[in-house]
Design a protein around this ligand. Structure first.
Ligand code: PLP
Length: 414
């Protein structure tokens, strides 16, 4: 990208697109239109290069090596931790634990903090719109401990009913585990306000940032969450790596997650002394290559500018919403006032999968189905939706193609 493009106020989407090689490919003989970014985003060349450079230049296991390659790999791996700390405004690098992704982050908290602190009769609060990965770990924990899972209801617009949330909160509440942004509706939840409410009851809060961290500025200290989890692959980074942020005192007090190399200070057959943060939670060889390349993805976002990205995506979202509303028989699911990045919709008498297949025939990638949120689909009385989700490289012309393709598909299927 040229320096002028970087400095201009408006995002130069065509310059950005040149950074993503996959956007040059064709699908079914047409240019790819990738609108499945909430599932995983595409990767800029710089991220792909970082992976290749690691394997061709300094592939080595990290931390305990004294040779040059091990030192270079360790420095690059730890540089990602430093940048993640800045990216989400954590107070120290020790609060940044690398995981496989959002799912592992939530499971880590459930099986360490949860096993130690949740007892029979305690309550955990989640919401109707949660992703399965923020439902099932808590269900398992509650079953094991005899605790109770409570669920915040939502409105027909797809917003949390905050009055109901306040009613659910009690001295028995141990944890509120809530998504920041809905992957199926795009709703932005008022997590800061919700954390203030939870605090009054002495409850902790985990924020699932899988869909928010790529669109919104995240300041975990200002938000005052206890845990914040996300995956690199939805942030233009590689798959298989992600982050658990936890307040230092909490991470220090929690039992270990997996056991093995790296998470220890000293091992004898009688006793093991565990490592300091964050390594206490990073047993075994981590995903070195992908974590190193993740830094390049964060550099890409920082260099582009989150505010510019957000403005671009907001413009696309409102344009797409207006155009979709005009399609006869189409209903948008999720009309929250605060919404980003995602539009879900259903079309009268047509199965979402049929729409997905016909759009794919035109090179348009959307997701269809329940989006790992079956209880949410049940709340709306549907089996699934068609979902278009946006990223920095999407254009207005692509939205026009989506609408055109959709109209054609509906004509064929009606
Ligand atoms: N939470 C939300 C809100 C998501 O959108 C997703 C993935 O779509 C996840 C959790 C799970 O993320 P991962 O599969 O990267 O662990």
């Amino acid at each position: 990208m040229t320096q002028t493009a970087l400095l201009s106020k408006k995002l130069d989407v065509y310059a950005i697109r040149k950074l993503f090689p996959i956007l040059n490919r064709e699908v079914k003989g047409r240019p790819l239109i990738y609108l499945d970014n909430a599932a995983t985003s595409q990767k800029p060349q710089s991220v792909i290069d970082a992976l290749v450079n690691y394997y061709t230049g300094y592939n080595a296991n990290i931390h305990r090596g004294i040779h040059t390659l091990a030192e270079e790999a360790t420095a690059a791996f730890e540089a990602t931790r430093d940048l993640v700390k800045e990216f989400i405004h954590a107070s120290s690098r020790e609060e940044i634990v690398f995981t496989r992704g959002t799912t592992e982050g939530i499971n880590l908290v459930a099986s360490t903090w949860g096993r130690k602190n949740v007892k029979a009769g305690d309550e955990i609060i989640i919401s109707t719109m949660e992703h399965h990965s923020n439902i099932v770990p808590w269900q398992i924990l509650c079953e094991e401990k005899g605790a109770i899972l409570k669920v915040i209801p939502i409105s027909d617009e797809g917003e949390l009913l905050l009055d109901e949330y306040e009613k659910l909160i009690s001295p028995k509440t141990r944890l509120v585990s809530i998504m920041h942004v809905s992957n199926a509706l795009g709703t932005v939840n008022p997590v800061k306000k919700m954390i203030e409410v939870a605090r009054k009851a002495g409850a902790l809060v985990l924020v699932d940032g899988a869909q928010s961290v790529v669109h919104l500025d995240i300041d975990v200290q200002e938000m005052d969450c206890d845990f914040f989890v996300f995956s690199a692959h939805k942030l233009y980074g590689p798959t298989g790596t992600g982050v658990l942020y936890g307040k230092r005192k909490l991470l220090e007090s929690m039992p270990v997650f997996q056991a093995g190399g790296e998470m220890i200070k000293e091992v004898t057959f009688e006793k093991t002394w565990y490592n300091d943060l964050p390594y206490k939670y990073e047993a075994g060889t981590p995903n070195i290559a992908d974590t190193i390349a993740f830094k390049t993805a964060l550099d890409f976002i920082n260099n582009t500018g989150k505010e510019k990205i957000r403005k671009h995506e907001d413009e696309l979202l409102s344009y797409a919403s207006i155009q979709l509303e005009k399609v006869p028989g189409l209903k948008i699911i999720g009309k929250a006032k605060e919404k980003i990045g995602v539009i879900s919709f259903v079309v009268e008498h047509i199965h979402p999968q049929d729409i997905g297949i016909l759009l794919d025939n035109r090179g348009i990638a959307v997701r269809t189905g329940h989006h790992c949120a079956q209880p949410l689909m049940k709340r709306f009385g549907i089996s699934g939706t068609t979902r278009a989700s946006l990223a920095v490289y999407n254009t207005k012309e692509e939205i026009d193609e989506l609408i055109y393709g959709l109209q054609k598909a509906i004509k064929m299927l009606s």
